[in-house]
Write a protein that binds this ligand. Structure first.
Ligand code: ADP
Length: 184
């Protein structure tokens, strides 16, 4: 599924984000930046040790990465030249600032891509795996945050959401239809 927001192509695909050839792919990391399971593990496996080396340097300089923030490293052996590592919130029932932190994770990743002159980037479904965020609610926040950002003056040509499983894809597609149907 694909829509155009301003001058930016926003698309949803089902697949493996490590295969994406956008300028950057976003990693749903944890605060340690030392890798982990899920999409984080897949990115480090596919990208090789150069990514972890840079993550270690970042942590030694600025400490652990708080939820809602983002940093950028090389893409190592990936097709993407860069990985933007962000930390989503762990779901604690929805009253612990989860939605603001999730929106911030997307917004900070977008801002970092623009600050580095990147033209295209891919997002996974942040927080909806091990961190337990309900997919329907996460999809609404993810898409609303990205669409709001793209509606401002900004230079991105392409933003892709790469959903790993068919169910997540369907939920994101429904949310995108609801969002763009209402506002465009
Ligand atoms: P979090 O800890 O932020 O919840 P996870 O990696 O556990 O992150 O899950 C986030 C989402 O990423 C889940 O929907 C999971 O299925 C998906 N995912 C796992 N591997 C990949 C991959 N290679 N490409 C894209 N998405 C993936």
């Amino acid at each position: 599924m694909e829509v155009t927001v301003n001058k930016t192509r926003l698309s949803l695909v089902q697949g493996d984000i490590t295969k994406q050839a956008t300028d950057a792919i976003v990693n749903a990391a944890n605060s340690s930046l030392m890798g982990g399971g899920g999409v984080d593990g897949a990115i480090h496996r596919a990208g090789g040790p150069a990514i972890l080396d840079e993550c270690k340097q970042i942590v030694s300089k600025q400490g652990r990465l708080p939820a809602g923030k983002a940093v950028i490293t090389t893409g190592g052996n990936l097709r993407a030249r860069h990985v933007i590592h962000t930390v989503g919130p762990v779901w604690h029932g929805g009253n612990q600032g989860e939605s603001d932190l999730l929106a911030s994770a997307y917004r900070e990743s977008l801002k970092l891509a623009v600050a580095h002159g990147l033209k295209s980037m891919s997002f996974p479904s942040i927080s909806t795996g091990a961190y337990g965020y309900p997919v329907r609610q996460a999809a609404e926040i993810a898409l609303r945050t990205v669409v709001d950002f793209l509606r401002q003056e900004q230079p991105l040509a392409e933003v892709v959401f790469v959903l790993f499983d068919a169910e997540s894809y369907q939920v994101y597609a429904q949310a995108l239809k609801a969002l763009t149907g209402k506002n465009n």
